[in-house]
Design a protein around this ligand. Structure first.
Ligand SMILES: [Mn+2]
Length: 304
């Protein structure tokens, strides 16, 4: 039976918007442990990674444009070791945010364990800015670039030196809000990008079949799935910091997760950007729980 390590990362510094730090404990209150357990898994709550309290006026203390730079990297280093340690002890790391800056830590930890990693990034955004191309200085828009060895050395060399995932092993699905620098990087590095336009023209099933076929024919031995709830349409998830319209609905998110999980390739997961303070009458909370329930049902169905 699969052991699952639940790892919380109550961080808001990557999005610089209050409330997302309450995500992990809110998901616990709503019963995430029971959901996992009731689907037949041994689940261990590893607690929250420590996140220091920092005053707003100190956000540029470590870098003149990238906010809360050193503290985010430190949290991510600790997260990376927690993810790596979980994999070493044959436990599946299920990481709950917090904002998406934690992608750097999760991927860095997982990639240390595997020979060749792939990443499936389900998100309205690309999160492939570096400090220079970022319009905001918010580090949650940079983690995927950093793991491909693009960006500030303190991020690209996090946990261990050098590249964590090759760009040809990166799959971004659901994006619809890419910055100019991100569009350039997709072309330069040949990243697999499937935008909302692609979903609407090519179709989800074909995109996912192609992704899984490519993964299975590659040398990849570990797949990290990073699920940002803002991939869902802004009407469905008011409780997230950077909502974008014209996104997928809940059924489509389940189609994506079903297809990806049925491949049995996934070796770690992030679930990020749920902001309880921005939520309206628990609308987002309910959607999160429905999706989490679906993930662990499928985990069980596919006998991970
Ligand atoms: Mn994101």
């Amino acid at each position: 039976m699969l052991n699952i390590n639940l790892i919380g990362v109550p961080i808001k510094y990557g999005c610089d918007r209050d409330g997302v730090q309450f995500g992990p404990d809110r998901l616990r209150e709503l019963g995430i442990m029971d959901i996992i357990r009731n689907n037949g898994f041994n689940v261990y709550d590893m607690g929250n990674i420590y996140v220091p309290d920092i005053l707003d006026e100190c956000k540029y203390d470590w870098h003149k444009t990238a906010k809360y730079f050193d503290p985010i990297n430190e949290v991510n280093t600790n997260l990376a070791h927690s993810v790596y340690s979980s994999l070493l002890s044959k436990s599946f790391p299920f990481v709950i945010g917090g904002d998406h800056s934690i992608g750097t830590g999760s991927i860095s930890g997982a990639s240390k364990h595997f020979k060749e990693m792939a990443v499936i990034w389900i998100d309205a955004h690309g999160d492939i800015n570096d400090i220079e191309t970022s319009p905001t200085g918010n580090v949650h828009g940079m983690p995927l670039a950093a793991t491909m060895n693009v960006g500030h050395p303190n991020m690209t060399n996090l946990y261990y030196e050098g590249i964590k995932v090759k760009p040809e092993n990166v799959y971004i699905i659901g994006a619809r809000d890419l910055d100019p620098g991100e569009i350039d990087l997709v072309e330069k590095l040949n990243i697999n990008l499937y935008t909302m336009d692609d979903i609407n023209t090519i179709g989800l099933e074909k995109i996912l079949d192609d992704t899984i076929t490519k993964l299975k024919s590659s040398n990849v031995d570990g797949v990290h799935l990073s699920f940002d709830i803002d991939v869902l349409d802004s009407e469905i998830v008011p409780g997230t910091g950077t909502p974008v319209g014209d996104g997928i609905n809940v059924l489509e998110s389940k189609i994506i997760l079903d297809k990806i999980l049925s491949s049995k390739l996934v070796t770690s997961i992030d679930f990020v950007e749920f902001n309880p303070l921005l939520d309206i009458e628990d609308k987002t909370a309910k959607v999160c729980m429905e999706i989490l329930e679906f993930i662990f049902e499928k985990f069980c169905d596919y006998r991970y």
